[in-house]
Design a protein around this ligand. Sequence first.
Ligand SMILES: *Cc1c(COP(=O)(O)O)cnc(C)c1O
Length: 426
Amino acid sequence: MLVPIRSANPPSGQAPTAYSEPPVPPARESEPRVLKPRRAAPADAVRPTRAEVNLQALRHNLGVVKRHAGSAHVWAVLKADGYGHGAPAVARTLERAGADGFCVALLEEAIELRDAGILLPIMVMGGYYGGAHAELVHRGLVPVVYDLAQIEGFARLVRSGAASGPIDVHVKIDTGMARLGVTLETLAPFAAALARFPEVRVRGLMTHLACADALEPAETTEQMVRFDEATALLARHGVRPTVRHAANSAALLRGQALLDAARPGVALFGVAPRSVGGATRGTPLGVGLRPVMSVRSEVIDIRDVAQGAPVGYGALWRAPRPSRIATIPMGYADGLSRQLSNRGHVLIRGKRAPIVGAVSMDMSMLDVTDLPGVSVRDEAVVLGSQEGPLGKDCVSADEIADHAGTIPWEVLTSISRRVPRFYREP
Ligand SMILES: *Cc1c(COP(=O)(O)O)cnc(C)c1O
């Protein structure tokens, strides 16, 4: 059996030795242990491939988002490690810059933020607590709930004296996403049953929008009508949440569904959701957002190949002319999608070089035949902008998403933990 050296969950009784961290008190039988993932610290980084996170741009984007939000609170969504930017550093910056709270998908993500010293309210949207209700309450986190078993779990804590009540929760309503949330059909019995759990208080009511970035606002309008119906139904049962929230980045930038709070994610990282499905695809919804992450590597090798020579796995590209090929140490295991094989571009010396052949796990090849003067150690920009002797250009998350057949959200969250993050305060 293979034993991972850097296991985050060492065999019981044995202290972790491969990395240093404060000793973890032994978990009691009844307490589920929350595993703490970690990435290579920048100090460990030898490879030239790295992600730079511009905290000044992040603060700027928070300002743009806050202006759009008006009087609504801004709860920054930092799931998936802050959309790949490193949630603790992003949260620290946004906390100081005036965000009103944070939202994450997982309890583990919330705990990582509390461990990093974040004091603002943190909402756990995914709704799975796996029996760790006590940990959630003791960490001062705000749970999203959508079924009675979850509510019962929190009520039991108060009844047993393990927590003092009432415990505040936000109830999620499914208004047309068919993902999570109480449906309108089942809301009446749900609301009636809430009376059995006075230990739990419904402070917030939320829903999630499926089509906020659509060309036509009709779907969103319809979802919001259902959300109002749900609100009224709950009120008839004496349940009156003080905070209602629905808007994601797209809705917020459009000024739609701005209730008491908004939950923007991707806009904070400088991506303006584009309207989809129509002639104006590509029209950004928000102006003035600045990209926060850039991903840079270096040319590590250059070779000249003859006309007709194959490049990369499967010989997916053959040189149509005598060509100069540069290799960069970034591949699909770093988050450079294999869909970019023979499609994407990387910037060198301020100019675009096409990715040629298959993107492999750790490396990719570029055709630099038309870029005079490229040499080993030249910077290669995979995501972001570059200025050099040959010009000035930018590869955006939108562009990469188009080439890879996906959305910018996936481009950002795909940059893997093997790529160390460096934080810049220009
Ligand atoms: C991810 C998420 C958001 C943020 O969406 P963006 O489009 O990135 O702004 C808001 N609410 C919920 C429930 C989410 O899952």
